[in-house]
Design a protein around this ligand. Structure first.
Ligand code: ZN
Length: 121
């Protein structure tokens, strides 16, 4: 099996299915985090809701989101592998939680070489 986007070779366990495509983790990450298309509406609506609720920082986040946030703050920049291994999360669980943290402008991801790192916003 090859990645449908960059056609790199993939081992069965490294395949990520995203939007019905079989992708390597890197491509999946790129698609989920397109450079500069942070969805401004999603961001501002999340921020507005939080503002209305009087939430700031990590208030209003789930326990898991708080855990991710404090781990990243403590070990920033932390690689994706490290983070997943430390919190024992699957990539899809993590992406779901991380998108909230990114929308709340708490954390962001960046790529260095072929490794993805996370740091404070
Ligand atoms: Zn790929």
């Amino acid at each position: 099996m090859n990645c449908e986007r960059c056609s790199c070779e993939l081992r069965e366990e490294d395949i990520v299915v995203y939007q019905n495509k079989h992708l390597c983790e890197d491509c999946c990450f790129d698609l989920m985090n397109p450079p500069k298309t942070c969805d401004p509406t999603a961001v501002s609506s999340t921020l507005n809701v939080r503002k209305e609720l009087g939430q700031s920082g990590t208030e209003g986040l789930s326990e898991l989101q708080k855990k991710i946030y404090s781990l990243v703050v403590e070990r920033s920049p932390i690689s994706r592998e490290d983070l997943l291994a430390t919190l024992q999360l699957s990539p899809s669980e993590f992406e779901r939680e991380f998108s909230v943290l990114r929308h709340c402008e708490l954390l962001k991801g960046f790529k260095k070489g072929s490794t993805v790192f996370f740091t404070k916003y």
